[in-house]
Design a protein around this ligand. Structure first.
Ligand code: SAM
Length: 208
């Protein structure tokens, strides 16, 4: 998968064909993400972006917890449409962005960047370099990054696409010296079909 159009077509199609709770990455409650966001110690006014959020329920729980500055970004408007519909009136409290992360130019800085199961699709070094560039242009100094990928013993594919599996340390190495690894977490995610997928989470702080 090389360009924005291929990527967009793939993901648009996935969310057209499947309900939000039929995709393998569906979580009724994203416990690990919520815990790591709380562990940043930042207040409810923190600006949070869920990058490649799909139709994730993370935004619902962040709103429930009183977070007031949430941005949800995805390449597929079919995914964001599902989340907006689910949230009803509360969708108006969220900033929705349809964009290819790798071509996106952030218009404002964020305190927390969250990505579950997006970075692992970047199998080319050039794509990962671009991701880190965009991440840096979106994150405040001292801001936190939470990235979750399939672990080295996790599946080799996600949504039919090849992935690059990571340890928290390899995620930190990809981000480079400007980030300090503060916390790691393991998740054994059970898909709607009952398969177990091993995820690694890394929480890092921007130090440069
Ligand atoms: C495996 S899903 C994970 C969704 C969500 N983070 C979760 O944990 O439920 C990957 C998501 O990343 C989005 N995505 C993939 N590549 C992207 C890109 N280059 N820019 C923006 N979103 C992207 C897809 O549309 C999809 O919603």
């Amino acid at each position: 998968m090389t360009g924005t159009i291929d990527r967009k077509e793939h993901w648009q199609g996935v969310y057209e064909r499947k309900h939000e709770d039929e995709v393998s990455w569906y979580q009724a409650r994203p416990e690990t993400s919520l815990r790591l966001i709380a562990n940043t110690g930042l207040g409810r006014e923190a600006a949070i972006i869920d990058a490649g959020a799909g139709a994730s329920r993370l935004v619902d729980y962040l709103l429930d917890s009183g977070y007031a500055d949430i941005t949800v970004l995805d390449i597929a408007d079919t995914a964001l449409g599902k989340a907006r519909e689910r949230l009803g009136e509360r969708a108006g409290q969220v900033d929705w962005i349809i964009a290819d992360l790798l071509a996106w130019r952030p218009r404002r800085p964020y305190d927390i960047w969250h990505d579950r199961a997006v970075f692992h699709f970047l199998t080319q070094a050039e794509e990962r370099r671009r991701y880190v560039e965009v991440l840096k242009s979106a994150l405040k100094p001292g801001g936190h990054v939470i990235i979750a990928t399939f672990a080295p013993d996790g599946p080799e594919k996600c949504s039919g696409l090849p992935v690059m599996r990571h340890s928290p340390e390899s995620i930190a190495a990809e981000l480079g010296a400007g980030f300090k690894l503060l916390e790691t977490a393991d998740e054994h995610h059970v898909t709607p079909a009952g398969k177990v997928q091993h995820f690694n989470y890394a929480r890092l702080k921007r130090v440069e």
